[in-house]
Ligand binder design. Structure first.
Ligand SMILES: N[C@@H](CCSC[C@H](N)C(=O)O)C(=O)O
Length: 386
């Protein structure tokens, strides 16, 4: 072997006696095969096997298996973002002539996907009131193929009656999916409640440090997993093993972080409600829509809540935001840093909503000292009140 060849052919070394706690980052585009026949038959390999880097390396397989275990599922796929995960669910099971029912509190880009991508391709959509429960029976159509839920919903935080909806969907042969990003499978396990597609944006709590994008979908049915993987293959969707490694690391502390931010968010949300800063939207508060269902179905709360800004305070919002010391101004959430993001549901919400014309402040509680956070919020709401 000459030098140039030696330079690219890595020597085999012994790994005997080596063991570490972290998951190795296996990077690959090319997967190599032991012989010509193995290469020729690579497409027959099991979906959990290896054929091309886009479809996963052992690093991805570890994360898929770990999520499957947490979700009480059978299989999991991982996608480049939460929105990509939602899109792949919809594209894997809808065809022209079908209809999809979407919760009116769904992440706004889901409505954009329905309006701007599905509808021009002959897939009908409509929204349902998040508190509809068993009333879903009245709004499903003969061609409804999928019901898409989000509980609690983006920004407005209503909890949906998932068991009531899935019971009716099953009887009518309709698939169901949910964005479970707020709760993660640690606080709510959708598959246990009859949901077919349990999706979460791992961008948030599993990643946990505001530095990556990823999504996952877990299922209990091999055919659904195959349809998801086929769709991903056609669209060329895969995830970087480096990002997966960061999620695996983040997940090791997720239970501890969630318990902490859920407790602090609960205390602060209750304090803000008593102070009368405006309606506080947080499923753990008795005043929040769907609180009784949250108590029945969830094992806890995470650290994200919303505060509806009174119209009289809007003019002072920018100055109040600029005065924050510890809260950063930013929209994504679930990381270690506390955030405030002014949001509006004016254009995303299809149905009437009491806060449709208001600015809604989405508050992410991070892992800073709660006393610093209280001080910062005290100054913020004092400045808003004028
Ligand atoms: N429902 C959640 C998460 C939606 S996806 C988040 C992110 N943009 C991604 O694509 O990973 C929310 O409302 O934030």
């Amino acid at each position: 072997m000459r030098d140039a060849t030696k330079s690219v052919h890595h020597p085999k070394i012994s790994e005997e006696g080596y063991a570490a706690l972290g998951v190795p980052t296996h990077r690959a585009s090319t997967i190599v095969f032991p012989d010509a026949e193995a290469y020729a038959t690579r497409s027959q390999r099991d979906l959990d096997g290896y054929s091309y880097g886009l479809h996963g390396t052992p690093t991805q397989r570890v994360l898929e298996a770990q999520l499957t275990a947490l979700e009480n599922g059978l299989k999991t796929v991982i996608l480049p973002s939460g929105q990509a995960a939602i899109a792949v669910v919809l594209l894997s099971c809808l065809k022209p002539g079908d209809h999809v029912l979407v919760a009116d509190n769904a992440y706004p880009p889901v409505i954009g996907l329905c309006r701007n991508f599905l509808e021009p391709r002959g897939i009908a959509w409509s929204v349902f009131e998040p508190g509809i429960g068993a009333g879903i029976e009245d709004v499903v159509r003969d061609n409804t193929r999928l019901i898409w839920m989000e509980s609690p919903g983006s920004t407005t935080m209503e909890i949906e009656d998932v068991p009531a909806i899935t019971a009716i969907a099953k009887r009518r042969g309709i698939l169901t999916g949910i964005d479970n990003t707020w709760a993660t499978p640690l606080l709510f396990k959708p598959l246990d409640h009859g949901v077919d597609f349990s999706m979460q944006a791992m961008t948030k709590y599993p990643g946990g440090h505001s530095d990556l994008l990823m999504g996952s979908v877990s299922v209990n049915d091999l055919e659904l997993r195959k349809a998801l993987r086929d769709t991903m293959r056609m669209l060329g969707f895969g995830v970087s093993p480096d990002a997966v490694q960061l999620v695996l690391r983040g997940m090791e502390t997720m239970a501890v972080r969630l318990a902490h931010v859920g407790r602090v968010a609960g205390e602060i949300a209750a304090e803000l409600e008593s102070r009368g800063v405006g309606p506080v939207l947080f499923p753990a508060l008795a005043s929040s829509p769907g609180h009784a269902i949250w108590k029945r179905d969830f094992t806890g709360a995470s650290g994200l809540f919303s505060v509806v800004l009174p119209a009289a305070h809007e003019a002072r919002l920018d100055a109040a935001l600029n005065g924050l010391r510890y809260f950063a101004i930013g929209a994504s959430w679930g990381g270690t840093r506390s955030l405030i993001a002014p949001m509006s549901v004016k254009t995303s919400r299809q149905m009437p909503h009491p806060h449709k014309d208001r600015i809604i402040l989405r508050v992410n509680i991070g892992v800073e000292d709660p006393s610093d956070l209280r001080e910062d919020l005290d100054g913020f709401f004092t400045a808003l009140a004028g």
